[in-house]
Design a protein around this ligand. Structure first.
Ligand code: FAD
Length: 411
């Protein structure tokens, strides 16, 4: 039986591990945290997972929360200028199939237990780059799905040609609050204040039941970049409410009257987007393969990281099972990473463009969404399937030609 070691039990590692156990592989997963540690720990993400990624989880029988998670039914977009009481663009578009946000603490703690129940071998411990050589000696293939951050920098160096940023592009913060569901839209509310930042809000199924996830994304050094060092959850909630009042007054009602989710329900930080070389060479000459955020880390602005992690697990699982008994050598790993990049380059481009001041053709498109539901629907579904971004909004001429065509059809 072929033996696979996966370091990291997050969205990417757990999903691949469960998929490969079901496919008859011997799988060892190394996790620095137990299921209880994860469940009782701090929130990890806002984790909006869209339909194409949910479909893969369903195919593996891992859609345990379908009956209780509040469906994320659409995207409500609004953009406004500071000081203005009303947005200058505002539209709502339903998603053809709802997305879901199941708190990763709920999901990953359950999947870790499920992995063991389905026959996987779990090792609890924090793997180091040095440990990878031992794993590579005992297994046919070693994957590193240990999330973002520098810990495996020496194994998977940054790919400068695909990484336009060397600094974080946003100060980010999130709180899962208690709020009356009637107070907020049961989809993703996306607010844009050009030059200031953004917010995203959505219904989340958390450890203690349904919650309101409010994510604030501030341009560094700008007037909304005020969350560093705020650890008190009540104070954090008040600061979130204040930012909405100041920069998104048309959305202020959604967080008024909310109760703080407590100290474990607050997360603040900064992420430098980076694409790495996905095949690592160890000092011993052995090779290992990166997945999920370890391979490609995006800023969370486009809600793509967890979705990327699912698609990475899906793509790697297919290639591993198709590979049969042949060796998992560097050439095979390069093929895996290339196939993942072939998907993730689209979400990375979409995501990185959202970090930039919106150019005229994007503003025109967002404005047209207000008048033409078809345009809003097409934009909203980029979050589902970002492969549609580049051929459309990646080119200003194509984008404007589409807007002319929609307007002519409607005339
Ligand atoms: C505030 C915020 C909001 C977000 N919102 C969204 C969103 O709405 N939609 C979306 O798609 N994405 C979102 N993301 C991004 C998404 O959460 C990540 O991209 C996704 O979780 C990456 O999955 P992963 O499995 O690669 O890594 P992780 O989820 O980070 O999992 C890595 C796992 O490895 C374990 N680990 C780490 N180091 C070691 C080690 N040395 N040894 C053993 N185990 C180790 C960790 O404990 C963890 O369990 C958001 C992120 C943040 C921070």
């Amino acid at each position: 039986m072929r033996h696979i070691v996966i370091v990291g039990a997050g969205q990417a590692g757990s999903l691949l591990a469960l998929g490969l156990v079901d496919a008859g592989y011997r799988v060892t997963m190394v996790s620095d945290r137990t299921a209880e540690d994860i469940r009782d720990g701090r929130i990890l993400s806002n984790q909006c997972v869209f339909e194409p990624a949910l479909a893969h989880e369903r195919a593996l029988g891992l859609n345990h929360w379908d009956g209780e998670v509040p469906p994320v039914t659409g995207i409500a977009f609004a953009a406004g200028l500071p000081g203005s009481p009303d947005p200058f663009i505002s539209w709502v578009s339903p998603l053809d199939n709802p997305a879901q946000s199941v708190d990763q603490r709920v999901k990953m703690s359950f999947w870790l237990t499920e992995f063991v129940n389905r026959g996987g071998e779990l090792r609890i411990g924090r793997a180091t780059p040095e440990d990878l050589a031992d794993y590579a000696r005992e297994a046919d293939l070693v994957l590193v799905a240990a999330g973002r951050g520098p810990q495996f920098d020496s194994v998977f160096p940054r790919d400068d040609s695909r990484s336009p940023y060397s600094q974080p592009q946003r100060g980010i913060t999130l709180q899962l609050m208690e709020q009356d569901p009637a107070a907020f839209y049961q989809g993703v509310t996306f607010g844009l204040a050009p030059g200031i930042g953004e917010f995203f809000a959505l219904p989340v199924l958390s450890v203690a039941g349904p919650r309101f996830g409010l994510y604030v994304s501030a341009i560094p050094g700008g007037p909304m970049d005020v969350f560093d060092g705020v650890t008190d959850a009540e104070q954090h909630l008040e600061l979130c409410q204040e930012q909405l009042r100041r920069f998104f007054p048309w959305s202020v009602g959604m967080a008024e009257g909310a109760q703080s989710g407590g100290p474990q329900a607050v997360l603040t930080g900064r992420i430098t987007p980076v694409v790495r070389h996905g095949v690592g060479t160890l000092p011993t000459g052995q090779h290992v393969l990166a997945m999920g955020d370890t391979a490609i880390t995006n800023d969370p602005i486009g809600g793509q990281g967890a979705n990327n992690a699912v698609h990475c697990a899906r793509i790697y699982q297919r290639l591993i099972t198709e590979h049969g008994d042949r060796p998992f050598d560097a050439e095979f790993m390069a093929r895996c990473f290339d196939a993942y990049w072939d998907y993730a380059r689209h979400s990375t481009r979409f995501n990185n463009d959202l970090l930039e001041p919106p150019p005229v053709h994007i503003l025109d498109t967002l404005r047209a969404g207000q008048e033409f539901p078809e345009v809003a629907h097409r934009f909203a579904h980029l979050f589902n399937d970002p492969t549609g971004y580049e051929p459309w909004l990646g080119d200003p001429e194509t984008a404007q030609a589409y807007l002319r065509e929609v307007a002519e059809r409607a005339a």
